[in-house]
Write a protein that binds this ligand. Sequence first.
Ligand code: SF4
Ligand code: MG
Length: 338
Amino acid sequence: MKPLLDINRLNIDYQSNKKEFNIIKDINIQIDEKMKYGIVGESGSGKSLTSLAILNLLPDALKVDQGHIKLNTDSTKDLITLSKKEMRKIRGNDIAMIFQEPMTALDPVYTIEYQLLEVLKIHKNYSKKEMHQKGLDMLNKVGISRSEQIMKAYPHELSGGMRQRVMIAMALICEPKLLIADEPTTALDVTIQAQILDLMNDLSESHHTAILMITHDLGVILETCERVAVMYAGQIVEESTVENIFEEAAHPYTKGLLSSIQSLGERSNELYSIPGNVPTPDNYQELGCRFATRCPFAMDKCYEQEPPMFEVQDDHASKCWLHVEEAQDDERRTSRAG
Ligand code: SF4
Ligand code: MG
């Protein structure tokens, strides 16, 4: 069966008259129907750009240089090649998105009702009365009780958690096949965060919606996703099931991210973080591994040759030269035992 979304060898470049450099390199992601898939990485890793590419909303200076993004619903469409008009039919209807800061995504001058029903007006053919009822039902589903009253309210009259519930209602009202959620709970406090993640989980199950969760927080991935791609400096460095990543992380960068959430869980005062910062795209290692400047295990080879994705176990890939060394060690051990 074809995956719902198939991102294949996606490359994105920055192009201006003065400069050209690569930003996103060789991204491969397959999301099946109803699957919950996570992309995790620090800010600057390229995860949000990947989601903007899916929606055909990249800023002007960024160009898809190679690859395709196929959406398999009733027919197969390559989202990269669609016209603006064709893309508008897909956005909100087949693919919806929720953002980190609902205050900036909601328009302050329109009521919740107006904004909630706007996507329905574009994509569906309902009477006024039907639309109003759909709006009320959707608000109830996202746990908003005084829905008649909230429909008449303006965004500034609601709390951050309520606004995020409204955003989820707006995103799901057309029953999309795929929901892209970019840091959907980052701006919220911890208890509200947990409620919103639970709500997204429940709704994706009852509406059969696949989720692409984009976050810097591996804890959020653990709560919500089945599979995860770890991104660093515009590339996927590790990809597998959430279980494999948490139990047997293979890439040094993933291990670094994991120790930062583990130290959070232990409530230690010293929060571990990976030393250094994600390089900016114009400073990516031309050759070798893009993580080399921050990696505690970097060898000469890491600065000279880019590691490929190695299959470290069934259904688990990691982009690091250490796996060659490990394989050789295993071989030596086996031949000694033999
Ligand atoms: Fe570190 Fe080298 Fe592996 Fe890159 S390839 S993560 S620098 S050990
Ligand atoms: Mg981002």
